[in-house]
Ligand binder design. Structure first.
Ligand code: ZN
Length: 313
């Protein structure tokens, strides 16, 4: 094992980069903009260039670097081929091969949500567990399943697509995926706002949430719930009820050592974890009723940690 490794987490607007020691020590992190012009044709060159620049800056040679791990927002197969990353403009991109040629280094590729789960498992709140399921509550809902330290990719790179588990067959608005009633439509940041607006429209009850008008956010919902606002508390109970029940179903299939909750919505903190407990325990198979549900701790850095961790396997 060489001493250093690079991690990249490619998003639609920025690429988060990290230089690590392979024991998990973050040496330095930085960001570069994501160039999505010409169908994202320059992204890999930009990554190779920033890695090369950082090696020069730190007097690193290739024989000191294990390689580059990279997480991307799309489905990835076992050979490191990306099958559509809409936010980057990519269709089919043989990423491991192309970035390998550009950088002259070993490259490992994964789906960003899966890679973030691996990062939490390595150096975050999932540390020490053999298997975890991570749920990332952001604009949408991402997920990652880690079994014995490895990402469960699935036959089509779609394992861990927790956000698109259908939880309400009566839903009349469509999810981004085209189906109706996915958990993402309720428990993502956008989903929580949608449910709050529905709740406010359906009652004449006074609520501080009304003062935010159209701009009401998921954070507002949790803040108001923490302050005892009845409508906000009902929304939190409703969305956490659906999410807790979804975790129970996942528990029956995966039986992980722990569930890790991350993403922007998880900044709500303990109120979120507390609200998940009862609906989880009400439905989960008895043998897994004590599975811990904990908050992620690496925040936006989970992706670069996980990217580097991929180089160890
Ligand atoms: Zn969906």
């Amino acid at each position: 094992m060489k001493k250093y490794g690079f991690g990249a987490d490619v998003g639609g607007t920025t690429i988060k980069m990290g230089l690590f020691e392979m024991d998990g020590t973050l040496v330095e992190k930085w960001e570069i903009p994501t160039d999505t012009t010409e169908k994202g044709a320059h992204i890999l060159q930009d990554i190779a260039a920033t890695v090369h620049g950082k090696m020069v800056e730190n007097d690193l040679t290739k024989d000191m670097v294990e390689g580059i791990g990279i997480g991307v927002p799309g489905a990835v197969d076992k050979d490191g081929v990306v099958n559509r990353a809409v936010n980057l403009g990519w269709d089919i991109v043989p990423l491991a091969e192309e970035l390998g040629k550009l950088s002259g280094m070993r490259v490992k590729v994964g789906n960003d949500a899966n890679v973030a789960a691996l990062g939490e498992n390595w150096m975050g709140s999932g540390k020490g567990y053999n298997s975890i399921v991570m749920v990332t509550l952001g604009t949408g809902i991402g997920g990652g399943i880690i079994i014995d330290g490895n990402i469960l990719t699935g036959a089509n790179g779609a394992a861990g697509e927790i956000g698109h588990i259908v939880v309400n067959e009566q839903e009349i608005e469509a999810c981004n995926c085209g189906h109706y009633g996915c958990i993402e439509q309720y428990a993502s940041a956008t989903g929580i706002v949608r449910m709050a607006k529905r709740a406010l429209a359906g009652t004449s009850e006074g609520s501080k949430l009304r003062t935010f008008g159209e701009a009401v956010s998921a954070k507002d919902v949790f803040d108001c719930a923490r302050a005892g606002d009845k409508v906000a508390c009902d929304v939190v109970d409703q969305v956490c009820g659906m999410l807790g029940a979804t975790l129970a179903k996942i528990g029956c299939v995966v039986n992980p050592d722990a569930f890790i909750i991350g993403g922007g919505v998880s900044r709500a903190g303990q109120i979120l974890i507390d609200a998940l407990q009862e609906p989880f325990k009400a439905q989960v198979f008895h043998a897994c009723k004590d599975t811990p549900i904990v908050l992620a701790t690496l925040g936006n850095d989970a992706g670069i940690y996980g990217a580097v961790r991929m180089l160890l396997s």
